[in-house]
Design a binder for this molecule. Structure first.
Ligand SMILES: OCc1cccc(Br)n1
Length: 446
């Protein structure tokens, strides 16, 4: 017997019947583990969300780029113990090349910037929306792919870049119906940790690894963080210093700890001033426990969060001034963020704010007699060339069916091509919004 789709991992045999079923049962119709299908109704929601991403990026004057999902593995091999590299979806291809499905977009951006080199006019403001991958043991049943919207600014060393990026994130939240009562953006700087660690004599080369470990605090707890830091040779007293700095709740406290001239204090004070100017200061929360898990951040870091605290970070980003150098190029100041397509949808769903964009067409065109199909096709073509979306009924159908079909497609008009009207060069147009019907010359229809 044929296994119902998705019941198990049937092996597709040779096609033996016209229905496409095989002698070994149906293929498994489910997508690969950890991946998603996007049926039309899913694609309408995705297109809406990506349309909002692109509209915000365009409002900020950013240019879109893309790069292959498949990249050289070397782009992502970093020795800082990050989850994103531990879960790299990497393999050796048929040419014995070490490759990987990109887990993020930033290294590809860096590769393209290095490819352009000195010919790239700065500042460059680029955005991308791309599928990113991780290979996580399915024990946790989490997804292995998501789509990420990125905005990055290359060539601006001041926190004006971060302020602009935060403004874009706020604009996205507002456009999808969220307010600063629903979500916020935690802001800090890696320079906080850097200052504390240098006070405790931690060698700079341990900085990235310490950040990656400290970023896991919420997930693995203080004891495990202390143990992993100790494995790095970071003394318990340092750990106390780092963790107490992370529990500060104001820039004033930070200034007391690091001194008013510390770069972290100056950067963050300036950032909050700029936020005042943009008018989004109430969206920001200074939170020195925000470290972010990517090794390459060097300055301001931030992450979007739901104020009810039910979900994972909505988005995250920061400054990464040394990534180009890590790839062997000349450094340039860079800052950016990544915004995934999953948590935001979860949040909108929970908040009852998730749109359900309907499938609709402008016109349904129906020949009421087979001999009128050429006429109906001609009308459909002209309407389409004029920019209207037209569903041309492709089989012989009665008026009643055509009506129901037009309503199902949320059509604005139903165009009936009937014999008697056609003899006069006319067609019947039913305006389905105004419930009006008119007979008009076919050639006048637009
Ligand atoms: O946010 C980390 C990440 C990277 C790639 C794919 C997925 Br799902 N998640």
């Amino acid at each position: 017997t044929l296994k119902a789709a998705g019941e198990g991992r049937t092996v597709a045999g040779k096609i033996t019947e016209p229905t496409g079923k095989t002698d070994k049962g149906m293929i498994d119709t489910q997508p690969p583990r950890g991946t998603r299908d996007f049926f039309p109704e899913d694609m309408r929601l995705r297109n809406w969300l990506f349309g909002e991403f692109a509209a915000v990026s365009t409002a900020f004057g950013f240019e879109q780029f893309d790069a292959p999902v498949l990249e050289s593995e070397e782009l992502f091999v970093r020795k800082a113990g990050e989850e994103i590299t531990d879960q790299l979806y990497n393999f050796e291809d048929k040419g014995q090349r070490r490759v990987a499905l990109r887990p993020e977009l930033t290294p590809s951006l860096a590769r393209l910037v290095l490819q352009r080199g000195k010919t790239l006019p700065l500042p460059a403001k680029w955005f991308a929306i791309g599928q990113c991958w991780r290979y996580e043991r399915m024990t946790r049943g989490r997804r292995r792919e998501h789509y990420q919207w990125n905005m990055d600014i290359v060539g601006v060393s001041g926190v004006e870049a971060e302020a602009e990026l935060l403004a874009a994130v706020v604009m996205l939240f507002e456009r999808v119906g969220l307010s600063s009562r629903d979500v916020g953006i935690k802001v800090s700087s890696r320079k906080v940790l850097q200052s504390v660690m240098s006070q405790f004599g931690v060698p700079p080369e341990s900085f990235a690894k310490v950040c990656v470990i400290v970023d896991k605090l919420d997930k693995i707890g203080r004891v495990k963080v202390e143990s992993e830091l100790a494995d790095l040779g970071v003394a318990p007293s340092t750990i106390d210093g780092v963790l107490s700095a992370m529990s500060l709740t104001s820039l004033e406290q930070l200034a007391d700890l690091l001194g008013p001239n510390s770069e972290a204090v100056q950067d963050l004070t300036r950032l909050f001033q700029l936020a005042e100017g943009y008018g989004y200061k109430e969206w920001l929360v200074f939170d020195p426990s925000v470290v972010r898990g990517l090794a390459y951040y060097t300055g301001v870091v931030f992450e979007g969060f739901d104020r009810e605290g039910k979900l994972r970070a909505i988005c995250g980003g920061g400054r990464y001034d040394r990534l180009l150098g890590a790839f062997g190029g000349d450094n340039a100041p860079m800052a950016g963020f990544g915004f995934g397509d999953a948590v935001i949808v979860e949040l909108l769903k929970e908040s009852g704010k998730l749109p359900a964009p309907p499938h609709r067409v402008d016109d349904v065109v129906v020949p009421l007699d087979a001999s009128l199909r050429p006429a109906a096709s001609g009308i459909a073509s002209r309407l389409r060339r004029g920019g209207r979306s037209v569903d041309l009924v492709l089989e012989a159908k009665k008026m009643k069916w055509a009506f129901k079909h037009a309503e199902k497609l949320n059509a604005s008009r139903l165009v009936l091509v009937g014999a008697s009207e056609w003899e006069r060069g006319n067609v019947v147009v039913k305006d389905l919004a105004k419930f009006e019907q008119m007979e008009v010359p076919a050639d006048s229809l637009v």
